[in-house]
Ligand binder design. Sequence first.
Ligand code: GLU
Length: 307
Amino acid sequence: MFIDKQQVTGRFAPSPTGPLHVGSLVAAVGSYVMARQAGGLWLMRMEDLDEPRVVPGMADDMLRTLEALGFQWDGEVMRQSRRKDAYQEALDELMKRGLVYACGCSRAEIARIASAPHENGELLYPGICREGLPEGKEERAYRVTVYDELIAFNDLVMGHYSEILTASSGDFVVKRADGPFAYQLAVVVDDHFQGVNQVVRGADLFTSTPRQIYLQTLLGYETPVYAHLPLVTGPGGAKLSKRDNALSLAEGRDLATEGGGLLVRALRFLGQNVPDELEKAGCREVLEWGVANFDMCRVPRVGGEFG
Ligand code: GLU
């Protein structure tokens, strides 16, 4: 596909580990209306790299659900499981430049040495294998070396954010020795390959962004514009139960009837002033209203229940 440099290119990149749910619907709606409002492309990428977590048939189930909700994407659906050569090439490039090293530490070993884990359960890697794999240790992962520099970006929703990777993640994993490439590497390689310059996604990935910007810098890629959308939670801020919020057609949801209403709720969740008459409208009509009227300034920073 030919992609004009000035063309806005957004994308929706779900992991097919379960059916589409209200949380991923919010990311789909946000990324769709923003890309289309700018007259841009909206691409679809299935992040099916972590094979043990992928549920067979879910990628197609998600695509059918999105179609039933009126979404239309540009071009072919990209599947990360078919892009391993590209990730390997990027990894080879980083290795050749001495930026990646083999690490033999287990999570338990890191946990013993590292300071308290971050909120998301990630640990700061203290650099044990940086100078070479200690005797008797087997390769478990490949890590990219980070430096004491500030990585900053302006998020369209969350505002200015900066991080020093040596203090937040430390040298981070780009591939498991006997397993998949890490999400951080794959997402950067794919966004670059697909010409994505507008990344709109859930706030759970907000703190991954500095690592992704760092990899983009190392690989000589442009950094996209980022907008991290508030997360849908269960009652009292509890983690959303994906099961209860499944939107799959296969689960008996009648999206032809309830789809428009769900899209209205997603837009309202994103702070948009959707007129009541649209509650009974069809999916396309609601999405078109979103494209014409979406106002980024109204998107709240804090999530909550899907009203
Ligand atoms: N695959 C990720 C997810 O479903 C999203 C990745 C991204 O948008 O960068 O949470």
